[in-house]
Design a protein around this ligand. Structure first.
Ligand code: SF4
Length: 251
């Protein structure tokens, strides 16, 4: 598998202390991406200030990654485990499935962070303790314009997961000039409330620029401007969600 980096993170990528693997490649191209080095499936060369040039990923076998996770299992406290993120982890679908199955077989809690576009994603549900899906916009035209892809497959994935009662966190990054209008909150909630959302938590994340420097290192232009959103927008979304019976979470 093509792995950009692996490291521990507490609670933001699933419950407890987790070993998070970021995989190479994404089928979207979000201009706010915090891991721009992950976008190209073939990777990129990252140029650091000291003039050091490194490829964005290294390759490992599924067996090597399972062994690494097993060796770290003493660190999975507070309900932790392994989260596989990206990029978009489902682009390496067969390897991802084998990796999750191996972790599950070894009693390690599993989660993935995905944009929800893979048409066979439900094949992962039996070996997935938590599915984390980003729905970036409910309006398909705006979604397409900013990410390069339709939101239709993501909506389909959410529907499948709700119907399967898959434990899930549904996340939306709130981004100025993209989805920060009050009117969108009701539209997102209107989609979710068609389903039984008992097994899902919903989180709104505020725009940040933590990945900006990496765009420069990958020789790509960071085009986002004035995209910070006020906390009050998050409050409006959260209130709308609660009024529609959705469980709002903050991690
Ligand atoms: S879907 Fe996620 S990983 Fe892919 S480009 Fe967008 S923000 Fe980056």
């Amino acid at each position: 598998m093509k792995v950009i980096k692996a490291g521990f993170n507490y609670s933001q990528d699933g419950p407890g202390n987790r070993l998070v693997f970021h995989l190479q490649g994404c089928n979207m191209h979000c201009p706010w991406c915090a891991n721009p080095e992950s976008m190209d499936v073939n990777g990129c060369m990252m140029v650091k200030d000291e003039g050091i040039i490194n490829p964005s990923f290294q390759e490992y076998t599924v067996e090597e990654l399972i062994e690494e996770a097993k060796e770290c299992s003493g660190m999975f406290f507070s309900g932790g485990g392994v989260t596989i993120s990206g990029g978009e982890p489902t682009l390496q679908f067969e390897e991802l499935k084998a990796f999750l199955s191996g972790l599950h077989r070894n009693g390690i809690q599993t989660a993935i962070e995905t944009n929800g576009t893979h048409p066979r994603i439900e094949e992962l549900f039996p070996v997935l303790d938590l599915l984390i899906v980003d729905l970036k916009h409910i309006d398909d035209e705006i979604h397409k314009k900013f990410t390069g892809l339709s939101n239709k497959r993501t909506l389909e994935t959410l529907k499948k997961a709700f119907l399967a009662k898959q434990k899930m966190w549904v996340r939306t990054p709130l981004i100025g000039g993209f989805n920060d209008k009050e009117e969108y909150a009701g539209k997102f909630a209107g989609f979710y409330r068609q389903y039984d959302t008992e097994h899902a938590g919903f989180e709104l994340l505020l725009y940040h620029e933590y990945g900006k420097e990496k765009w420069r290192q990958c020789k790509m232009e960071y085009t986002m401007k004035d995209a910070f959103v006020d906390e009050s927008i998050r409050g409006i979304y959260e209130e709308e969600y609660r009024e529609n019976g959705l469980c709002v979470i903050r991690t």
